[in-house]
Design a protein around this ligand. Structure first.
Ligand SMILES: [Zn+2]
Ligand SMILES: [Zn+2]
Length: 354
């Protein structure tokens, strides 16, 4: 069985039925699976998705304070910019383009550290990265961890129900997980530790990273604008954490064929380019499925790509040494209809190392 077929912990309802069709459980079954896989008493190997949702829960009090105590036009504006543009762009820059697709390289670990901690620490890298490789390999097919065809709840609860790595991998497969993660700088478990915790991430290091990151940012926001600003931006991060879980369902057209002529050029799956995630986070998702390893996804003149602007800025500062940019390949092939010689055809593929 190919690595990507069994690297994720399958849900109890399975990925597909005997005829190879996607299993589409109802909301009650999905929620039952969700709470079962968050249950630490039942299985300590559930710890990483548990922590991920615990963070969301911890942001709720900040949201309440924001709405009932600190709500002004200015805090709303700050929350909007932070929760939509900064958090959104960071997700694209860090989790998506660097950790998963290795679309660019840092000149040293300092800049990697800065980029990782540029915002509140929320989504565990391991849950995002490994499952996202599976998403690209099986887009809109059974086994796709956030198959939009499964419906809203199938995607919304995916980081618990479908995205964590399998907890019964053999040593060779666990080493392949390590190879998918090592460049992120996240400290990984040995195989023996993995057998105990079911994860690549180490529990203590994960908790310390979370705590220090949040303390640093609360202090920084407080110094800049008191509790009003700090609570507003923490609330915004909470809204983002919920909102980002809806992206995969939206980004693949709710499982329907919503691709448009002259907008969506990649036709092998249901991914679509959408204005909102495009403008606030550089997630031009159909373009991205066309050129997954590109550090830029905004190819057309109106397709603002804030994540690309950050990567370019780091490149100009010397913090990024190289990146891949497929804009010219896109224009040659799909706009000028003159594929010519791809500028990357001869470059060894360093990204996929399954
Ligand atoms: Zn996709
Ligand atoms: Zn991707």
């Amino acid at each position: 069985m190919a690595f990507l077929d069994h690297v994720l912990q399958p849900p109890t309802y399975g990925w597909q039925d005997d005829n190879g069709h996607l299993v589409k459980p109802g909301k009650a079954i999905l929620l039952q699976e969700f709470f079962s896989r968050l249950n630490l008493i039942k299985n300590r190997k559930n710890w990483l998705p548990f922590i991920s949702w615990l963070k969301v829960l911890c942001l709720v009090p900040f949201f309440v304070l924001f709405v009932f105590k600190f709500f002004t036009v200015w805090t709303l504006l700050a929350a909007f910019v932070y929760g939509m543009i900064i958090m959104g762009t960071h997700g694209t820059v860090w989790h998506h383009r660097y950790c998963t697709h290795r679309a660019y390289r840092f000149s040293n670990n300092f800049w990697r550290f800065v980029t990782r901690h540029l915002t509140l620490n929320i989504i565990p890298e391991e849950i995002y990265v490994v499952s996202h490789h599976v998403h690209h390999a099986k887009s809109d097919k059974p086994g796709d961890p956030y198959n939009a065809d499964g419906g809203f709840w199938y995607c919304f609860l995916a980081d618990v129900n479908h995205q964590p790595i399998a907890n019964d991998l053999n040593e060779a497969d666990y080493n392949r997980i390590s190879r998918l993660m090592v460049h992120t700088g996240v400290k990984g478990n040995s195989y023996r530790q993995y057998q105990r915790w079911g994860s690549y991430a180490r529990p203590l290091a994960t908790l310390i990273t979370w705590l220090v990151n949040w303390c640093f940012w609360y202090a920084a926001f407080y110094l800049a604008g008191g509790h009003a600003l700090a609570c507003s931006l923490f609330a915004a991060a909470g809204v983002w954490a919920i909102g980002v879980r809806t992206f995969n369902y939206d980004g693949h057209g709710h499982g329907k064929d919503k691709q448009r002529e002259g907008v969506d050029y990649h036709r092998d799956d249901k991914s679509i380019n959408q204005l909102w995630p495009g403008f606030v986070a550089g997630e031009w998702h159909n373009n991205h499925h066309l050129y997954p390893k590109s550090a830029r996804s905004g190819f057309k003149s109106y397709q603002l790509d804030t994540a690309w602007l950050y990567i370019r800025l780091l490149y100009l500062l010397g913090a990024v040494t190289s990146y891949r940019d497929d804009k010219q390949n896109f224009l040659n092939k799909y706009i000028h209809h003159n594929p010519g010689h791809s500028v990357y055809e001869t470059v060894k593929d360093h990204t996929v190392d399954y």
